[in-house]
Design a binder for this molecule. Structure first.
Ligand code: CA
Length: 226
C-alpha cells in the first residue's frame, strides 16, 4: 500500500492512477494532519510525501511518522535546492524527487524501494558483529551503541549491514546503492552521502571523527576505524 500525500488534487489523482496501474493499492491524504493519521491507521509500505502541505509541513509530518513507523518515505519537493537543505536535516527519507517530476519515474522509484531487501531473516548465517561499542546483530537486524538500541531507517540499516558484512573492504557509492536498493537503482550517487551522514549522526560520529564508518577517499566507504 502506497500513501500519497499531496495537496494538489490533480497531481495526487495522476500519481494514484499510475501506481494503481503498476499494481499498488493506494490511499491519499491532502493535508499534514491527515497524512499522520492515515499513516498510523493504514501502516503503508511507502509514503510519497509532498513537503508543502496545509496544516503541518511535510518535514513535521515526516518527524511524527518516524515516531511510530519505519516505512519507506519518498519526498517530493518543488525546489531542487530544497534537497540540499534536507541533506543537513537528517529527516530520514529514503529518496527525493524534485517537481515537476515524471510520474513514470516516481512509480519506478516506488518499485525500486520496495524491491530492496528489508531484512535477511531467511539468512541462517546471521551473526553479531562488534566494532568497539557498536554491536550489529545481522539476524535480528538490530544495532546497539554502548548497549542502547539505535533507531535506523531501512536505508541506513541496509548500508550499515552491507558495510559490516565485510569489515575493512571499501565499497563504492554505486556498490552500496546496488546492495541496498537493488540494481534497479536510478537515483543520484550523492544520496549515499546523505544517508551515511545521517547514519553517522546516529552512531555519534562525524566524517572527521569516524570510529565505525570510514570515508575512503576517491572510492566510498568502509567499515572500521581509519
Ligand atoms: Ca504542495
Amino acid at each position: 500500500m502506497v500513501l500519497v500525500v499531496e495537496d494538489e488534487a490533480a497531481l495526487s489523482d495522476v500519481v494514484q492512477a499510475y501506481l494503481a496501474k503498476a499494481g499498488y493499492a493506494t490511499a491519499s491524504a491532502r493535508s499534514g494532519p491527515k497524512a499522520v493519521e492515515m499513516a498510523r491507521a493504514l501502516a503503508p509500505d511507502v509514503i510519497v510525501l509532498d513537503l508543502g502541505l496545509p496544516g503541518l509541513d511535510g518535514l513535521e509530518v515526516m518527524r511524527r511518522i518516524r515516531t511510530f513507523s519505519d516505512c519507506y518515505v519518498l519526498i517530493t519537493t518543488a525546489r531542487s535546492e530544497e534537497v540540499d537543505r534536507l541533506v543537513g536535516l537528517s529527516v530520514g527519507a529514503d529518496d527525493y524527487l524534485t517537481k515537476p517530476f515524471s510520474v513514470r519515474e516516481l512509480v519506478a522509484r516506488v518499485q525500486a524501494v520496495l524491491r530492496r531487501p528489508r531484512a535477511e531473516s531467511g539468512n541462517a548465517s546471521g551473526m553479531v558483529c562488534t566494532f568497539g561499542e557498536l554491536e550489529i546483530d545481522t539476524a535480528a537486524q538490530e544495532v546497539r551503541l554502548a548497549g542502547r538500541m539505535v533507531p535506523l531507517t531501512p536505508t541506513e540499516r541496509g548500508l550499515l549491514m552491507t558495510l559490516a558484512h565485510r569489515p575493512g573492504q571499501a565499497f563504492s557509492r554505486r556498490q552500496l546503492m546496488e546492495a541496498v536498493w537493488g540494481d534497479s537503482w536510478i537515483g543520484d550517487d550523492h544520496l549515499v552521502d546523505v544517508h551515511i551522514a545521517n547514519l553517522r549522526r546516529k552512531l555519534d560520529e562525524t566524517a572527521e571523527s569516524a570510529r565505525f564508518v570510514t570515508t575512503v577517499r576517491g572510492i566510498g566507504y568502509r567499515m572500521g576505524k581509519g
